[in-house]
Structures are given as C-alpha cells and as structure tokens.
Ligand binder design. Structure first.
Ligand code: GLV
Ligand code: MN
Ligand code: MN
Length: 440
C-alpha cells in the first residue's frame, strides 16, 4: 500500500511539474521582434571609448597591451557589468561577459569584436561591433529577455596584432607567436600578463570544434563598396586569409661617396626592385588578391652609407589559401633572381598564416532576411580585412554583418561610420541573435 502511495505521489509530482512547464512556456513572452537598440547610447559609448588612446589626428592609438588598451578594457568591462553580464577575463586576456539561457543543454551563442587599434587608427574598427554587442546585452537585460541559449559577449584581445585572443580560442597559441614583439613593444606573452591573462592556464582557453552554437560579429566594412552602392548592410560571405613573412636582404654596407655605382651590393636597391615585383606578381593574376610591403628598415641607415641590410614586411591576402601560397612561392623564386642582379641575398622567415574562412550559409541567409525585415538593403560581399570571426570559424558557424565605412577609409584617424548605419547594424545583430536562438 505504502509503495502504491509513493508511486501515486511521484506521478502527481510529475504531472504538476509538466503543467507548470506548459504554463511557463505559454506565458513566456515570444522573442520580442520589436526590440531595438538605443543608437544614441552606442554613439555615446563610442565617443567615451575614443578618449582612451586619443591622438591629435582625431583617431586613437590604442595598440594592444598599451596603457590606453588597459584603460579601454576597464571602461568596457564597466559597461558589460551595467548590462548585467557576468564578466570574466579568460586565461589569454579575452573579456567574456555571460548571460545565462533557459536551456542548460544548449551551447552558447557568441557576439563581440575587439577594442585594440592599429597605431594611429580610427574610432570604429572593432569598437563598433564590441559596443553594439554590449548594447544588445543591455537591451536583453532591460527587457528581461532570457534566450534559450546562453549568450557570451566576447571582447577579443589583440586583434590587430594577429587575432591573438580569438586564435587562442580557435586554434591555440604557439611559443613563436607568444614570444613575438607586439606594437606596444611588449612580447605577446608579457602583454597578455599585463592585461590580466594567465598563460599557465592557456590550454583552458582553447575550445573544441562544435562547442559553440555560433558567433555573430558586426564590423565596419573598411572598404567603400556599401557606401558607393548606397547599401545599408553587407552580408559577409568569407574572410580573407593573411600571410605574413619578414624578408631580410643582405648586401654590403660601404661608403656612399667612393663606391662606384657598378660595384655596389645595395640591399635597398634590391628592396625597391622587390617591392615593385610583388606588386606586379599580385596584379598579374585575375581576382581580388592583394599584396603589400607595409614596412621596411634599412641598416645602418645613414645618408652616406650604402645599406648593407634591409628587412621588410610582406603581406599577402586572398579568400583562397592555395592562391596565397602560390603567390608566396613565386615571390620567393623571383626574389632570388633580383638578388643576383647586384649580388645581394634574400631570405624569408617562415610565414605565419591566418586561414581564410567562409561564413555559414544559414547565417548569411538569416542576416540577409533580418536586415530586409528591418527595411534595410543588403549586399553579399567578401571581407578583405581580417577578423576574429575567422578564428572562431574553427570551432563553430560564424556570420558577419558589415555597415558602410565613409569613403572606404579605415586604419586611419579619418575612419568614420554614420550613427544611423551603426544603429542599423546593431539592430540586425540583435534581431539576428534572437532568430539564431530559435534555430533547432
Ligand atoms: C585587421 O584589421 C587586418 O585586416 O589587418
Ligand atoms: Mn577590426
Ligand atoms: Mn583593423
């Protein structure tokens, strides 16, 4: 008899729990399709963040691991707490703000970007997506919206110096990268410590493939396509791969006044020929690939000494990794020939390669549909700039939303995006996130 009573009460309990869940589900507000960000608040936050590392040209120099970077990170963490996110700094120094979901069995949805800049950079690269992602979290908090999935707002560290924070999550960091010197003058290892990372725990940062439900990143286009064609929203189809190699040219330093022109082993002359040849090789192939020599140092570096050594930075980008490697091999082969012209010697450091990444087709459609429902025009386009999304693509599906960059200028204090475009982009981010949350 007693056993029967126990079974009856267990059944009753289960029925009550089921009824409770049904009532809860029916009374939960549907994902609010009318939810919109406060564009003015994003503009205010962008303005406030631009004070950290502000430079006289009107942009910012907030390179990763600088004092300005540290101060900007503190500011952003404050905003994240106001948005009721639970804020932590992971072992590599990424800032992660978490909002719990309703269904503990679901993997997190990630949104975010970066707040570090290039030297003499602008006020919109990375910050637009970062502050918009925080605004999305703020709106969810203000409207008491709990999604099915947990949401993580991630501000990745040192995007500009090699997508370091997102690479640690997607692929791990090796000693070569950790020991390389960043724009701040600190090694990535020391810089990571400086911003609160703990590299002894680095292994915990890497996330296995399949461990996230998806990642959405809003970013300025950094090119002129959207503005020129008067399109509101870019749906990114893929993000270029980026190869970097340091090239050393060794010649012979000698007196610039007494050494006849036909007896010189001028490393600078070889560098000049090399720069021109890189341009010719890259432009001789059909497609959107680009190649740049972005920096060059001559030694000993005096008016009256023929340079005995030049080091320079070669960068190649394309959506197709095979094409990047083919261009690199051709450039290396032709460098050897340039060296023979005046008996100088070229050597190339082992290239570092950030892999190209395609965005998820479902995410592309979802972003496109969302933008159109908001009355915005869209265009599918590739990203010529690198982004944290391409590292996160190693562990799950990613999507990227672009907004117009005025005159296509970026990595410059003249970088600008209109507040109304930022608001549009942030609303697409918010509504696309709500839709992603509903996907099975
Ligand atoms: C990052 O902004 C890059 O494309 O270099
Ligand atoms: Mn960026
Ligand atoms: Mn950038």
């Amino acid at each position: 008899m007693a056993a029967l009573a126990v079974i009856e009460s267990a059944i009753l309990c289960a029925m009550i729990r089921f009824a409770f869940l049904v009532v809860l589900t029916l009374t939960l507000p549907a994902p609010p399709r009318d939810l919109r960000v406060q564009g003015q608040r994003i503009s205010q936050h962008l303005q406030a963040l631009s004070q950290f590392g502000k430079n006289p040209q009107g942009g910012v120099s907030r390179v990763a691991y600088s004092d300005a970077d540290l101060a900007g990170r503190q500011y952003v963490m404050g905003l994240m707490r106001e948005a009721q996110l639970e804020v932590t700094v992971d072992a590599v120094g990424n800032i992660v703000g978490s909002r719990a979901g309703n269904d503990p069995s679901l993997k997190p949805l990630l949104i975010g970007s970066h707040i570090d800049s290039v030297p003499e950079g602008g006020n919109y690269d990375g910050t637009t997506g970062s502050l918009s992602a925080i605004e999305v979290a703020q709106m969810l908090a203000e409207r008491h919206v709990t999604l099915r999935h947990p949401v993580q707002v991630v501000i990745f560290q040192n995007e500009e110096g090699g997508t370091v924070g997102s690479h640690a999550i997607g692929g791990g960091l090796d000693d070569k990268l950790l020991n390389s010197v960043s724009q701040s003058g600190k090694t990535i290892r020391d810089g990571t410590r400086f911003i609160g990372g703990d590299l002894a725990l680095l292994a915990q940062v890497q996330r296995p493939p399949g461990s996230i439900a998806g990642y959405l990143e809003l970013h300025i286009e950094q090119g002129g396509t959207l503005e020129k064609s008067k399109i509101n929203i870019g749906v990114v189809e893929g993000i270029v791969g980026i190869l970097h190699s340091e090239v050393t040219i060794e010649g012979f330093a000698n007196h610039a006044g007494t050494t006849p022109m036909d007896q010189r082993h001028d490393a600078m002359l070889s560098a000049a020929r090399f720069v021109e040849r890189v341009n010719q090789i890259v432009t001789s192939i059909d497609g959107r690939q680009v190649g740049t020599v972005g920096w060059l140092k001559a030694q000993p570096g005096a008016y009256n000494v023929i340079p005995g050594k030049v080091t320079l930075g070669l960068e190649l980008r394309d959506l197709d990794e095979i094409k990047i490697l083919a261009m690199f091999n051709r450039i290396r082969a032709e460098a050897a020939m340039i060296g023979q012209l005046n008996d100088t010697h070229f050597s190339f450091s082992d290239p570092t390669l950030i892999h190209p990444a395609l965005t998820d087709k479902r995410f592309q459609k979802l972003i496109d549909d969302t933008a159109k429902e908001l009355g915005l025009t869209t265009k599918v386009l590739p990203s010529g700039a690198g982004h944290d999304a391409q590292e996160i693509a190693e562990i799950g599906p990613v999507g990227m939303i672009f907004i117009p960059s005025i005159a296509g200028i970026s990595h410059s204090p003249k970088e600008f995006s209109r507040p109304e475009d930022i608001e549009n982009g942030a609303n697409v981010l918010l509504q696309a996130l709500l839709k992603l949350d509903e996907l099975p």
